[in-house]
Design a protein around this ligand. Structure first.
Ligand code: FNR
Length: 341
């Protein structure tokens, strides 16, 4: 199947297969304190991931591009929303455009629509330093994401089967580029071991991309026979993965994977994240209800986050990171067996 056809099929599958998985965050509960001594007007949701300053901890994660006019339209509309809400946005994998110049348009629209906003480039771990530089130039990106998607590739009939050398290529990119580099999963979560391998080669921002939302094993299994059903229930939940990743020294964490609402955002931050990213849910709202609805949703997420921060007496994202929680259920069990207390 051609790459551009696959992009469209991913979009359609992501929109139709929206079964909810457990992101683990329901196992996390804030400890209530009755005297927060704070007014909601004092609450600030500015944050920082690595060297990147963000006015909101919410951003639009990598989704699309490289599927002709349909993906260009979606990217343009997502970029309009990002501009209106002053939030960052990542584009989908740009490999399509590096291999076929006709496809550049579907990514460039994002920068055209939002000339001064924070835009993040995206490639897979097969990318060379040169390709990473070209992807950044293509959209004048402020940062680049490198995605890790072994389970998706293995489940994809025409996917990669050889995963050698990814860490070395990532290390070269980290050493040679001078924009922030985000290493991300796509819905299977990052373990403590992976986070430490990445931190050891100088990676300073990790997006955990945990289990809980878009499930690329399910999406790829949908169009393959025989199916690799064991991958449909594979990976580390978003909650467990944030805590696993927080065991690696000096990395900023982005929480993503099935985030639903502002309480998921607040809990993610308390577990150790500095920012949170949404993909499937935002796409669903954009396609079914339009830009205005998505703008309203993002404004409400931010507004409700301020309510939660006020209740917790947290003036800043850094304060929220210190709010006490109790962890129960499967997440507690997972952390206990992994020796993380
Ligand atoms: C994605 N995602 C993704 N990630 C990436 O790094 N490069 C990509 O090209 C894509 N493409 C893509 C297409 C579509 C249609 C979706 C829904 C998602 C993965 C995405 O960035 C995110 O990691 C996962 O979707 C998990 O987050 P959600 O969807 O559960 O919020």
């Amino acid at each position: 199947m051609k790459r551009s056809e696959r992009k469209i099929q991913h979009l359609n599958s992501a929109l139709s297969l929206n079964r909810e998985f457990d992101n683990g965050l329901d196992d996390v509960r804030f400890v209530h304190h009755s005297i927060p001594d704070l007014s909601i007007d004092e609450v600030s949701i500015n944050t920082k991931i690595g060297e990147l300053n963000l006015s909101s901890p919410i951003f639009i994660n990598a989704m699309t591009g490289g599927g002709g006019e349909r993906t260009a339209q979606i990217n343009r509309r997502l970029a309009m929303v990002a501009k209106e809400c002053h939030i960052a946005m990542a584009v989908g994998s740009q490999m399509a455009a590096l291999k076929d110049w006709d496809e550049e348009h579907s990514y460039r629209v994002v920068r055209e629509e939002n000339p001064d906003g924070i835009v993040i480039a995206n490639l897979g771990s097969e990318a060379s330093v040169d390709q990473a530089k070209k992807a950044i130039e293509m959209i004048r990106a402020d940062a680049i994401q490198i995605h890790l998607n072994v389970i998706q590739e293995l489940t994809m009939p025409e996917g990669d089967r050889n995963f050698r050398g990814a860490l070395t290529r990532i290390e070269r990119i980290v050493t040679e580029l001078n924009v922030p580099i985000i290493i991300k999963e796509v819905g299977f979560g990052i373990s403590r071991e992976t986070a430490r391998q990445l931190s050891d080669i100088g990676v300073s921002i990790i997006d955990v991309g945990g289990v809980g939302g878009t499930n690329f094993a399910e999406i790829e299994n949908d169009r393959r026979d025989p199916k690799l059903l064991f991958f449909n229930d594979w990976g580390i939940t978003t909650a467990a993965s944030i805590i696993e990743t927080s065991q690696a020294p000096t990395v900023s964490i982005i929480s993503s994977g099935g985030l639903r609402d502002s309480i998921d955002i607040a809990k993610s931050i308390t577990l150790g994240a500095s920012a949170t990213a949404f993909a499937g849910r935002f796409l669903q709202i954009l396609v079914s209800e339009g830009e205005e609805a998505l703008i309203k949703e993002i404004e409400q997420l931010e507004h409700h986050l301020k309510f939660i921060m006020t209740a917790l007496g947290a003036k800043t994202i850094k304060d929220l990171q210190k709010a006490p929680v109790v962890i129960s259920g499967n997440t507690h069990h997972w952390l206990h067996q992994r020796g993380i207390e």
